[in-house]
Design a protein around this ligand. Structure first.
Ligand code: HEC
Length: 151
């Protein structure tokens, strides 16, 4: 019983190691000013999936604080800025940086750092070593938000 348990946690450890390897965790050399120019994964990104990540409660749930015109969501918050035309204000590389770690730009922001591992407070043990969103989810969100322009 104990041995099976140890084995399964070893497998889980190897698996998470493999995942972290497939995703590029952000290192200082990837940051240029307030941008992260390179995608975090080579997987193709999709604006449609990005919209789902933005809306769904068990994914990004960004509608808790942000609003986007014409979005099919029951409730949208106004704690953060309206993102209906954020693609006109920010480049994809700037958007990526803000999703990864807005707190490094604005230490007092209430917006979580979605792809940061260090300095996270009050992380339950089962979630330690995990980012809030994975690299694919970040890239889908970048594609979706970059597509949000006036025309
Ligand atoms: C708890 C509230 C909250 C949540 C949840 C949240 N944000 Fe934010 N977000 C903010 C606030 C507030 C700001 C503005 C920065 C500030 O003043 O702190 C912001 C700023 C931004 C910006 C920069 C906008 C600009 O015009 O500069 C982007 C992009 C963004 N958020 C995207 C997202 C996405 C995508 C999600 C979901 C993965 C998300 N946010 C979740 C509160 C939130």
């Amino acid at each position: 019983m104990i041995r099976a348990c140890a084995l399964s946690s070893l497998v889980a450890l190897l698996f998470s190691g493999a995942e972290a390897f497939a995703e590029r965790l952000v290192t200082p050399d990837m940051i240029v000013g307030d941008t992260i120019p390179a995608p975090l994964t080579d997987t193709a990104s999709s604006t449609e999936i990005g919209e789902t990540v933005f809306t769904e409660r068990d994914q990004g749930h960004c509608v808790l604080c942000h609003q986007i015109d014409d979005l099919d969501a029951e409730f949208q918050g106004n704690v953060g800025p309206d993102l209906s035309t954020v693609g006109d204000r920010l480049s994809p590389a700037q958007i990526r940086f803000r999703l990864v770690d807005l707190q490094s730009l604005m230490p007092d922001t209430v917006m979580p750092s979605y792809y940061r591992l260090h300095d996270l407070n009050q992380v339950q043990e089962q979630f330690q070593g995990q980012t809030i969103l994975n690299a694919e989810q970040i890239e889908h969100l970048v594609a979706y938000l970059a597509s949000r322009t006036q025309d």
